[in-house]
Design a protein. Structure first.
Ligand code: R2B
Ligand code: URA
Length: 285
């Protein structure tokens, strides 16, 4: 293409010098919420000693309210919204952006929230395998009217390294396990508190018990498409989600905002530790 418009980022190859803007990116952190990405950008600036008192860290995607993007040094932070379609659109444009910017050796990490299965709320789960709602390690998408099945492998070495970072820091529980990606927050995650519910508490518990037998430790809404698209494009990838409730005990998210905010910082702290460690090994920054 002579010109490539990354429509949902409000960026393009003719309108922006993508290699100059993004060529040094080595880590991309993604999460659902634009505000969490802004916070993470400021947090990682501090961790890496790259705070700039003169910068208020502008949103690089200003001009669109679809996604938000921030950058400090070699770390790019991008929001993806809720669920598979929103995440898939963001990843298509992110992968093209990294390609146009001629980035090399990039690691992409999703930091998010999730519902835990039999875990104390606040536990951080590093994903071993992203699975669908039938506990299969696959991402299915209808393309040209046909169902295309893609694998959802993540980088095992990176997951192990994240687990080691959790042990080193010893600030909160960090475990490794499978993550179930649901297409919905309510019925798709066996909740009883949606607008509709045509099953019982017993049905819910049986389903979650089957998930647990399949190694599922937490449930969220993006991991399969994230794993599949990163694998397809050769990006090293990991998923790190904090559990904000134990789904065996309930469905409502009713912790205070302070508690939730504290939980949400945990994946950021873990990933911040990993990035600092990996950059100091490579001698940058
Ligand atoms: C976790 O939290 C969001 C739903 O509340 C969703 O984006 C996810 O994966
Ligand atoms: N995000 C989810 O998708 N599910 C939960 O239960 C909590 C956060």
């Amino acid at each position: 293409m002579k010109d490539d418009v990354l429509y949902h980022f409000n960026l393009g190859t003719s309108s922006h010098n993508l290699p100059a803007m993004f060529g040094d990116v080595k880590f991309v952190c993604v999460a659902g919420s634009p505000l969490r990405m802004k916070e993470f950008n400021e947090y990682i600036a501090g961790v890496l000693g790259l705070e700039d008192p003169d910068s208020n860290y502008p949103n690089i995607c200003e001009g669109t309210d679809r996604y938000a993007m921030y950058k400090v040094g070699p770390v790019l932070s991008v929001s993806h919204g809720i669920g598979v379609p929103s995440t898939s659109i963001m990843l298509h444009e992110l992968i093209k952006l990294l390609h146009h910017a001629r980035c090399t050796d990039v690691t992409v990490i999703r930091i998010g929230t999730s519902g835990g299965i039999g875990l104390e709320p606040g536990t951080v789960v590093v994903t071993k395998q992203a699975v669908d709602a039938q506990f299969m390690p696959r991402f299915e998408q209808v393309i040209l009217g046909k169902t295309v099945v893609r694998s959802t492998n993540l980088d095992h070495g990176l997951a192990e390294e994240l687990l080691r970072c959790g042990e080193e820091m010893n600030q909160f529980d960090t475990v490794i396990g499978n993550t179930m990606c649901a297409m919905d927050f309510y019925e798709g995650q066996a909740r009883l508190d949606g607008a509709f519910c045509f099953y019982t508490e017993k049905d819910k518990q049986e389903y979650l018990a089957k998930a647990s037998e399949a190694g599922v430790r937490n449930i969220e809404m993006e991991s399969t498409v994230f794993a599949a698209m990163c694998e397809l494009s050769g990006l090293r990838a990991a998923v790190v989600c904090v559990t904000i409730l134990d789904r065996l005990k309930g469905d409502q998210v009713n912790s205070s905002n302070e508690v939730l905010h504290n939980y949400m910082q945990r994946p950021q702290i873990l990933v911040g530790h990993l990035i600092k460690k990996q950059l100091s090994v490579s001698g940058k920054p």
